[in-house]
Ligand binder design. Sequence first.
Ligand SMILES: *Cc1c(COP(=O)(O)O)cnc(C)c1O
Length: 451
Amino acid sequence: MMKKKLISDVNQNRWVERSLTAVWHPCTQMKHHETFPLIAITHGKGPWLYDENGNALLDCISSWWTNLFGHANPRINQAICKQLEKIEHVMLAGFTHPPVIELSEKLAALTKGHLGHAFYASDGASAVEIALKMSHHYWQLNHQPNKKKFVCLENGYHGETLGALAVTDVAIFREAYGSLLQEVFTVGSPDARKAKLGETAEDVAIQAAQELEKLFQKEQQNIAALIIEPLVQCAGQMAMHSPEYLRQVRILCDRYNIHLIADEIAVGCGRTGQFFACEHAGIWPDFMTLSKGISGGYLPLSICLTTEKIYRAFYSDQTQQGFLHSHSYTGNPLACAAALACLEIFESETILEKNQIQAQTLKHAFAWAKTDDRIEHVRQQGMILAFDVNNQFLRNPALFPREMFSASLGEGILIRPIGNTIYVMPPYILTDPQTIQMGKSVQRALNQVLA
Ligand SMILES: *Cc1c(COP(=O)(O)O)cnc(C)c1O
C-alpha cells in the first residue's frame, strides 16, 4: 500500500480546500479540519477507496455502514445502468413500477410473510419517522388516542430528524435540541458489558426486560411503541446484547398491547449473521426499518415494513384515515434496482453462509485484542467486531477518536472510532488476507496512538 502525503500541495483541483470553503460537512465541527485531515475520495473499487493523490484506503466501515459488496460492484453497477435506460424516477403516489414491486415482494418473502407491506422513503431517519407516525396513527384509528408515547433504550440511536432524535439517547446529538423534542420514556439498555461478575449477557437481558415490564405495567395506556436496535446498538458504541432480550420484549409488547419497532437500519441485511437481526431470536416486530445496506451503499433508500394488521387499520373510504406521508424520492426505481441486485447477490453467492466463515476470520484477525491489557470488552456479532480501549490509557479521551482515525489513515485503513470504542464493520467482500491485514493495521495504529 502506498503511504503518501494525504493533502498534496501540487494537486491542481484543490478539492480539500474547496470543500472546506463550500461544503458544510455532516457530524463535524468544521474548525477541527484546521488540524485534522479531510480526504477527497475520487474513486473506489471493491473494499478500496482512492484519494485524489492515488493513495489507497481499505474501507473497514463499509462507507458509513452502507456498502456490503464493495465500491463499483459490477453487478450492482449493471443493474442501475439497465434501470437508468428505462426510467430514473416514478412518483409513487398514483403510480408504481416493477423494481419497487419486486423489491417489496422479496422483502415480504424474507420476513416469511410477517411484514408484507413496504412503505418507502429515502434515508434511515425518515423510515423511523414513518414507523413512529404509523404506530401513533394506528392507536388513534383504534380509539386509544392516549397511546402516544414512545419507549426507547438508553444509548439507542435512530437518526437525527426531530422524531427520530427524540427516541435517540446519544447526548451529543440531542443536547442543543432538547426543547424541540417530544418527551419519551427511556429504559436501561441490555448492553452485555453491564454483566457483573458471574452474570451472563442473558442475565443482563432479563434484568433489562424486567425494568421494561415495570414501565409497561404502569404506563401501558399511554404507550404506543417500543423502539429498539436488535442485537447491536451501533452508534451507541457497538453495545451488544443477548437475543434473549428480543424474545422478552416481543412477549412484553404482546402482553401489554404495545407495538415493537425493530430498527434494522444498521444491523439488517446480513450484518449480524442472519438476514435480519430479529431472526436470531425467532421473533418478528410490528414495524421494521431498513436502509443503509439495503441498496448496497449505492443510493438513498429506506423502508418501513409492517404487518397486515397495521395495514388493515388504515384501509378505509376516508382519505384522512390513510397514511398520508410522502417523500419526493420515495421508492426510487434506481435505488430499488440497486437493492434488487443486492438481494440477488445474497442468493446467488450464498452470502449468509460465507459470512459465517468470514466472521471466524474476523475473530482471528483481532485475536491480539483479547490478550492486550489496554483493551476490554472485545465483542463480535457476525460482521461487526468492537472493543473498548481502557480510559486510563488515553491521554485525551475527547481527542482519541480523531487521533486513531488519523493514525489508521497512515496505516492505509479507514476506521472511525466512537469514543473509546474501536470497531470494524467491513464490506462482505473482504478477502482473508485483507481481513488479517485490517487486524494488524488497527493494532499498529493503536500502538502508535497509545505510545
Ligand atoms: C444510521 C441509522 C439511522 C439513520 O439513518 P440515516 O440514513 O442516517 O438517516 C437510524 N437508525 C439506525 C439504527 C442507524 O444506524
